[in-house]
Design a protein around this ligand. Structure first.
Ligand code: AMP
Ligand code: MG
Length: 323
């Protein structure tokens, strides 16, 4: 995988059916053009992802949603108009554009417009090359299946060294500002349904649509498996008091993730000390990766409050802790 900052070169590679790892404001994605089954198959192979797990299609703007959907409820149009580009994915009834190889055979498709300028530039270049304003690229998180999502170009290299060859590219876009995956909203019914928590919150959805989203789901979704986002180190969830009374045994190497006001107990390694829920989300995956780089046995995390992106942080930490 070769590092570049040239979005036109990346667009050519995508046009020709290759893989390009792309920065987004949530996490880095591993992209291929979404209308090419052979290109998309390379994503599944590189990630080691089961073939029935659907992918998110990234498009340049909300107009393209109409091309990928066969039906869009009014509230979904409101969400797209108010919150795109941004950390929000909408699941809609699919049009003929969305093949089974993208949707995992489901009759719906997930669509997002990212706010990252490099993603935007890449999609515009691809539109110019293909003359298709609604062209999409499938871009699941650029990590091996079940592992911690990458929030920097170096994380992507760490995931795919030896797996992806130098014909395929990695666009460097700095660190992902949000740090956890997009909010996924199912828009196939009369009322929106939250499939995955993210930086766009239930309150945002209600404010924009006037509707209270449903919260439980049975839809197939890899980011919603009980165990996901897991480092090699064991993740243990606790509160400030539990942290203070945690015993460090002689062969344990323990890392701590907690808001900055909570002190690091003697003998433990501080992995992150965020001052807000936004900072917690931004630091979370880097901290989990650092735990493995330092060969820690355990990560003790004090959960943030559920305000704003805090709900998504709690969700990811619970999955990381699930064995
Ligand atoms: P990732 O891009 O790795 O964050 O994962 C893509 C996720 O998008 C999937 O695991 C699902 O959670 C969701 N998704 C994609 N397509 C659909 C769909 N048609 N219906 C429901 N969820 C979907
Ligand atoms: Mg993922």
């Amino acid at each position: 995988m070769r590092l570049t900052t040239d979005t036109r070169e990346a667009a050519v590679r995508l046009r020709d059916g290759g893989l390009v790892a792309v920065p987004t404001e949530t996490v880095y994605g591993l992209a291929a053009r979404a209308d090419d089954p052979h290109a998309v198959a390379k994503i599944y192979a590189a990630k080691g992802r089961p073939a029935d797990h659907p992918l998110i299609v990234h498009v340049a703007n909300a107009l393209a949603l109409d091309e990928w959907a066969s039906f869009i409820p009014k509230y979904a149009h409101l969400l797209a108009a108010a919150l795109w580009p941004g950390a929000m994915t909408l699941v809609v009834k699919r049009s003929e554009r969305a093949g089974d190889f993208i949707t995992g055979g489901q009759d719906s498709v997930a669509v997002r417009v990212s706010a990252h300028p490099i993603m935007d530039e890449t999609l515009r270049a691809l539109i110019a090359l293909t003359d298709d304003p609604a062209i999409g690229i499938a871009a699941p998180s650029a990590n091996r299946f079940g592992r911690v999502s990458p929030t920097s170009a170096q994380h992507v290299i760490d995931e795919f060294v030896g797996i992806i060859g130098d014909d395929d590219l990695l666009l460097d876009g700095g660190t992902s500002s949000v740090g956890v995956e997009s909010t996924i909203i199912d828009c196939t019914d009369e009322v929106p349904r939250l499939l995955r928590a993210g930086a766009i919150t239930v309150d945002d959805i209600t404010r924009v649509t006037g509707l209270k989203p449903e919260l439980n789901s049975t839809v197939r979704a890899s980011g919603t498996l009980e165990s996901h986002y897991a480092p090699d180190a064991e993740v243990v969830l606790t509160d400030a008091e539990g942290l203070a009374t945690t015993q460090v045994t002689s062969n344990a190497r323990i890392g701590v993730i907690a808001v900055g006001t909570i002190p690091t107990p003697t003998g433990m390694v501080r992995l992150a000390a965020p001052e807000s829920n936004e900072a917690y989300a931004h630091a979370l995956y880097r901290a989990l990766r650092e735990a493995d780089a330092l060969q820690l046995t355990t990560v003790v995390a004090v959960l943030p409050d559920a305000h704003g992106v805090g709900a998504a942080v709690i969700d990811r930490l619970q999955r990381a802790a699930h064995r």
